[in-house]
Ligand binder design. Structure first.
Ligand SMILES: [Mn+2]
Length: 323
């Protein structure tokens, strides 16, 4: 356990002894203060979503340019990681871009992804657009424990820049990387769409999700930041089965959507996190042996898990493919 963790635990203990602060203490590490925890907005503008840039600003820029959201730009990639914010130009007018987390690790330039997105947020806002970035499990795990081996790639980059990972995790490094990470919201509702990195809202309302603690988000493999749609879910089932092969995924998703109780109601979930093939199992096949469980993208679960681009002509909607 690091010294900073000892300090945190000590202050939590003090809050407990003094009384009244225990719940708050358990929920939040110092500095982590998404504001608001869940972004909510209603718009008639086009909405774009991209997940999991994972340390590759060059590929992210290529995707955004192909979508018409930025001017094409050439980034050097691993041979020349970004050390300063790049000159990125938003061409998306008043459109909305949601990045559903996991900016860091895996690739070679996590710092570059953060710098690119910070610069893009500023430029988009100046031109009437909006870029919203949510937490992924990698950001949550890093902020929860910067010594976590899972985020050592990002930690190594920081050390290469002479930054202490724990300073970044406490939101106070000289480049402002931690300040950015500490302010990332957990999820965002745009119209009837809820965007988050993983998918299991656990039947909570938007307000209840906003009160989840960083450690819970980081540590629970079945959380809204981590839950998976493949057999890496609870008890080796996709999380839409809630660890029980008898669960009806459509009912589970509908109850989760209903519990979010926003205005307008949430009717679609858009997730990142899982870049492998997403498999929707039908209730008929889910309870057979694992080998018999066939993906069925036409069945119930697919209706609510859909789309990269909302409020646009049907030809762009992944939702159509999942029906
Ligand atoms: Mn992830």
């Amino acid at each position: 356990m690091r010294a900073s963790h000892v300090t945190w635990v000590a202050s939590c203990l003090l809050a407990w002894l003094v009384g009244g602060g225990a719940a708050e203490c358990a929920a939040n590490k110092p500095g982590w203060s998404p504001s608001p925890a869940i972004v909510q907005l209603d718009t008639s503008e086009e909405i774009f979503a991209v997940g999991d840039p994972h340390g590759d600003p060059s590929r992210l820029a290529t995707v955004l340019a192909a979508a018409g959201l930025i001017e094409a730009m050439s980034l050097a990639g691993c041979s020349q990681p970004l050390k300063t914010p790049p000159a990125v130009s938003w061409t998306g007018a008043r459109k909305i871009l949601v990045i559903t987390g996991d900016l860091i690790d895996k690739g070679c330039d996590s710092v570059g992804v953060i710098m690119l997105l910070r610069a893009l947020q500023r430029d988009a806002a100046a031109k009437g657009g909006r870029v919203i970035v949510t937490l992924g499990n990698h950001e949550a795990e890093f902020l929860d424990d910067p010594d976590d081996p899972k985020t050592e790639k990002f930690g190594g980059e920081l050390q290469g820049l002479k930054l202490k990972p724990e300073d970044v995790a406490h939101c106070r490094d000289s480049l402002g990387l931690g300040e950015f990470l500490c302010a990332l919201p957990i999820a965002v509702r745009v119209n009837e769409w809820l965007f988050s990195h993983g998918g299991n809202s656990g039947g909570r309302s938007i307000a209840q999700i906003g009160k989840l603690g960083l450690h819970d988000l980081a540590a629970d493999p079945n959380s809204i930041l981590q839950a998976r749609l493949n057999k890496k879910g609870p008890n080796k089932y996709p999380w839409v089965y809630a660890g029980n092969c008898k669960t009806d995924p459509k009912q589970l998703l509908e109850s989760n959507a209903a519990a979010l109780s926003s205005d307008p109601k949430v009717r679609h979930f858009v997730l990142g996190h899982q870049y492998e093939e997403v498999q929707f199992y039908s209730p008929d096949t889910a309870c057979k042996s694992k080998d018999d469980r066939k993906p069925d993208v036409t069945r119930d679960a697919g209706r609510l898990l859909s789309a990269l681009r909302a409020a646009v002509p049907d030809r762009y909607r992944h939702e159509q493919r999942h029906r």
